[in-house]
Design a protein around this ligand. Structure first.
Ligand code: BDR
Ligand code: CA
Length: 313
């Protein structure tokens, strides 16, 4: 089978970085057409820079990287330096990128790429707030039929929230964008906190990354060393969750994940529960299913895959 064509939309972020590295290390399964940066974990100039740092870390200066939206559709940007550090990629000491940022706006790139693609042929992989994707769908609704699937990291049901008691960061930052995407009619696969909080980088797993011995493996170990302090303190867990790599791992090994095809709505009205993913896990409404909402992961299989692929870089 030919590799699946994807656009990665991202706000790197150490876990975004690992997701991108996993995709770039897996050319048999995944063809990365381009990467669009969005404001999220840190402001846009940093996410656009970090995306290029990660491409260079993978030796892939040929991947076009675009800057997209610098703020949510209708709200002020909320960032997460408290998790990811001032640069968004704190941990390893990586050189500034030398590859250029593309001139075209990231949203225009998404529109142009989809317009020139056959129907159902490109998968979108959002790893941050859904601003770029929603703006592209709003500006050019004709592209929606070109999308094969959206596989995204965002939301939560049993885990409820991480940035507020009821909301996960990516959805909370731009709930209006998330609402547009979840109502778009495109097949959506969601990696919520329910899954990603089971993908914990324990010490032996991080030792395995470091033991690969290549630049990518060591950098990933150092990134994880940095951002695990936050989750360990907050949840008392024994490692940091690798949220975003669940998206790219799913494209390679969907069998590692299980979930339910259910209705998911986004709260955009209430201040108290803004950005909540109201997931009808138990089927108590007759609202139509619009997303496959994952609930579980084979974490050992996931880390074995990651370690094996990072070793290829
Ligand atoms: C999500 O928010 C960001 O901080 C991470 O990169 C991930 O995409 C987890 O809630
Ligand atoms: Ca992210």
């Amino acid at each position: 089978m030919s590799p699946r064509k994807i656009i990665i939309d991202t706000d790197p972020g150490q876990d975004d970085a690992v997701a991108i590295l996993l995709a770039l290390a897996s050319p048999d399964e995944i063809e990365v057409l381009g990467i669009t940066a969005v404001a999220g974990n840190v402001p846009l100039p940093l996410t656009a820079k970090n995306a290029r740092i990660v491409c260079e870390l993978a030796g892939r200066t040929d991947i076009p990287v675009f800057a997209g939206c610098d703020a949510p559709l209708a709200r002020k940007l909320v960032t997460a330096e408290h998790v990811h550090g001032k640069t968004g990629l704190d941990g390893p000491n990586l050189p500034d990128p030398t590859m250029p940022l593309q001139e075209m706006h990231g949203v225009d790139y998404i529109i142009d790429t989809l317009r020139s693609a056959p129907a159902n042929s490109v998968t979108l992989c959002p790893l941050g707030p859904l601003t770029n994707i929603a703006k592209a769908f709003n500006d050019a609704p004709d592209i929606i039929e070109k999308v094969q699937e959206i596989v995204l990291m965002g939301g939560a049901y049993f885990e409820v929230g991480n940035i507020t008691p009821t909301a996960e960061f990516n959805i909370y930052v731009d709930p209006e964008a998330a609402d547009i995407v979840f109502k778009s009619g495109v097949p959506i696969t969601v990696m919520p906190l329910d899954v990603t909080h089971k993908a914990l980088v324990t010490q032996p797993r991080n030792d395995a990354f470091r033991a690969i011995g290549n630049t990518a493996g060591i950098a990933v170990a150092q990134m994880t060393d940095f951002f695990e302090r936050f989750d360990k303190e907050k949840y008392g867990s024994n490692g940091a969750p690798l949220h975003d790599p669940c998206v790219t791992a799913y494209l390679i090994r969907p069998d590692l994940f299980t979930g339910r095809h259910i209705n998911v709505e986004i709260e955009t009205g209430s201040d108290l529960t803004l950005g909540m993913t109201v997931a009808d896990w138990w089927g108590v409404t007759d609202r139509p299913a619009n997303a496959t909402f994952m609930g579980d992961i084979d974490a050992d299989g996931f880390f074995a895959l990651l370690t094996e692929r990072l070793a290829r870089l």
